[in-house]
Design a protein around this ligand. Structure first.
Ligand SMILES: Cc1ncc(COP(=O)(O)O)c(C=O)c1O
Length: 444
């Protein structure tokens, strides 16, 4: 059933209670729909897309041809309208949010601003948790936990609540190195093992007797490298495998039995806003968190995984969540489930990746940055440019034409574009993007 249908039920109940009418919230929501909030927010999707993205108009650049020249930085190249993608958002975080999800958010106006401890919000959280369990085919006993703070908070949570004494981290870019740093800084833990590999590649875990948690990253967003997930052969039977799936979740496949804690935030594959962490936890990870808590280790309440689990089981979070984030995540999740689940969402990413890397390989000026084809991410592509073409200028021209956030990860410092291919992004738009890049480079 579509998210909107179920919401309608909730709204109906409110109407009966008369609360909406008095508060006038429902009417206002209706007014929004009529007033076309979607058009304003929905950027490229309706005709005239670019103008409505707000970027150009506010910047006052695109409409007035040549205004970029005033700044002296961006050539005034105008990409023909027929060549543009239907939506110009290719950022690697947050993801493009589908206009239909925004519509569903608007249809939930009556839930926004209500208690997260009451049935209407709790039922959304319940659907999110059970939908994720279905999407990832979680084995018996696995649980879906969630809390506030995004993935960055989860690194601290894992440092307090999942690492017993010593962890091993695969470090191959900005994000994978961060959890290693958090573990390194924790005085109650032994120094972690950190296995590094050059950017554009990934290392493999190496089983060590003393390691009780292996920290992997499914997709390194800063470099566009993805890795297959498997328990390190020879790891101690009670060692946990914790995986940062922030940019991979819903876009890359994995076997749930290979992981104990697969954690992510909903602003990428789930095309929502940030601020939340979600963790798929095996029974071993759950009991590790409970055992560490029982051991008397100091754990700040906000970072207490056992507390988060207790709340999650009640379809709540420990403290107040952003309800819009939950609604948007659920809209995307149910769209994926209705489309056929992980095969549907990963299939879209596969198609986008095939288009983008195929184009780069055939191009005279672009090359996939990641050398090994099976390590080239299907959710975040990094494309190096020949030194004769300034990728930063290309990104600026694209931006001036409404195609945004193709700049490379800032600290990677390469002459490249980084293009998200999350499930919400249409493969046909990725194809249009390649034509736009060719047009821009040909016009420079
Ligand atoms: C792989 C990966 N891990 C962690 C993060 C940080 O996530 P958050 O901003 O939710 O803390 C990101 C964000 O881009 C990411 O891509």
């Amino acid at each position: 059933m579509a998210l909107t249908d179920r919401t309608a039920k909730t709204a109906h109940t409110h109407d009966k209670a008369g609360t909406h009418d008095k508060a006038g919230t429902h009417d206002k929501a209706g007014t929004h729909d009529k007033a076309g909030t979607h058009d304003k927010a929905g950027t490229h999707d309706k005709a005239g897309t670019h103008d409505k993205a707000g970027t150009h108009d506010k910047a006052g650049t695109h409409d007035k041809a040549g205004t970029h020249d005033k700044a002296g930085t961006v050539p005034g190249i105008v990409i023909p309208a027929g060549m543009l993608p239907s939506d110009g958002r290719f950022g690697s975080g947050p993801s493009k949010v589908r206009p239909e999800a925004i519509e569903q958010l608007v249809s939930h106006a009556g839930v926004l601003g209500t208690s997260h401890r009451q049935a209407p919000v709790k039922s959304l959280v319940r659907r999110l948790r059970s939908g994720l369990s279905d999407l990832f085919g979680l084995p018996q006993g696995y649980e879906v936990a969630l809390g506030n703070g995004g993935t960055t908070a989860f690194w601290d949570i894992a440092t307090f609540c999942l690492i017993d004494k010593k962890s091993q981290h695969l470090s191959f870019g900005e994000f994978s190195s961060k959890f290693a740093k958090a573990a390194q800084a924790a005085p109650w833990l032994e120094d972690p093992e950190v296995i590094e590999s050059p950017v554009g590649t990934h290392p493999w875990a190496e089983a060590t007797a003393a390691v009780d948690l292996y920290a992997l990253t499914h997709n390194e967003t800063s470099t566009g490298v993805m890795m297959d997930l498997q328990r390190p052969p020879g790891a101690a039977p009670d060692a946990l495998v914790a995986v940062d799936g922030t940019s991979a979740a819903a876009g890359l496949r994995f076997g749930a039995q290979e992981v104990d804690a697969y954690y992510f935030a909903p602003q990428k594959g789930l095309a929502s806003d940030g601020g939340l962490w979600i963790a798929l936890m095996s029974p071993a990870a759950v009991s590790r968190a409970e055992r560490i808590k029982a051991s008397g280790r100091f754990v700040p309440s906000f970072l207490d995984l056992a507390t988060a689990l207790e709340n999650s089981r009640l379809d709540q979070t420990y403290n107040t969540p952003a309800l819009a984030t939950i609604v948007l995540a659920l809209a995307q999740l149910e769209w994926i489930l209705e489309g056929g689940g992980l095969e549907f969402s990963c299939g879209r990413c596969d198609r986008s990746a095939e288009i983008l890397y195929g184009w780069a390989e055939a191009s005279s000026f672009a090359t996939p940055f990641v050398a090994k084809p099976d390590e080239r991410s299907h959710v975040v592509a990094t494309i190096d440019f020949d030194p004769s073409v300034d990728a930063a200028t290309v990104a600026k021209v694209l931006r001036a034409n409404g195609i945004v956030d193709t700049e490379p990860y800032r600290r990677l410092g390469r002459n490249q574009l980084r293009v998200a291919m999350f499930p919400a992004i249409e493969p046909s738009d990725v194809e249009a993007l390649t034509a736009c890049i060719d047009f821009v480079v040909g016009s420079l």
